[in-house]
Unconditional design. Structure first.
Length: 162
């Protein structure tokens, strides 16, 4: 089926509130390169990864311990023909409890196999959600993209070449 949204889920032993707080800590699992609030209804934040991906997201639903929705206001990829493929889509985190576990259910509504970025984007989401976010929830530390700032070594090289 060609219109199926990307979705994945995983169980954890943490409470729905702990899961909700971890998801809202976007810098802790997706990218340190986030501008703006990521934990307030109506807030707008900007994601940036090198010159590869930029996106503007608006938090349209924020139900503590239950659900978070980001609407993709604007998006730009440098690796596909339609640079704005995600624009107008929704990223949904649903939190539920089943058999003593908390289940995180992630859906990128509108990220469908017909999109040129689908394989790359679904693999990336899989890594961020079932890898980095899950680690942040269960181990207290995720693996987000590092901020794209020069390191002390880089700064030394730049100043010595001037």
């Amino acid at each position: 089926m060609n219109d199926k949204n990307y979705t994945t889920s995983f169980p954890v032993s943490q409470t729905p509130e702990e899961v909700f707080n971890a998801i809202n800590n976007v810098r802790g699992w997706w990218s340190e390169e986030i501008e703006g609030d990521t934990d307030k209804l109506g807030a707008v934040f900007i994601y940036h990864y090198k010159d590869i991906h930029r996106g503007t997201f608006k938090i349209t639903e924020l139900i503590p311990g239950k659900k978070i929705v980001w609407h993709v206001v604007e998006n730009h990829f440098n690796f596909v023909q339609d640079k704005t493929e995600w624009t107008g889509t929704d990223i949904v985190f649903e939190i539920s409890q089943t058999g003593g576990n908390t289940v995180v259910h992630f859906t990128h509504v509108g990220l469908v196999p017909a999109y040129e970025c689908y394989n790359i984007c679904s693999n990336a989401w899989g890594s961020y959600i079932t890898g980095s976010l899950k680690d942040l929830i269960t181990k207290g530390k995720g693996n987000p993209n590092a901020a794209d700032h020069p390191t002390t070594e880089d700064e030394k090289k730049l100043s010595s070449s001037e």
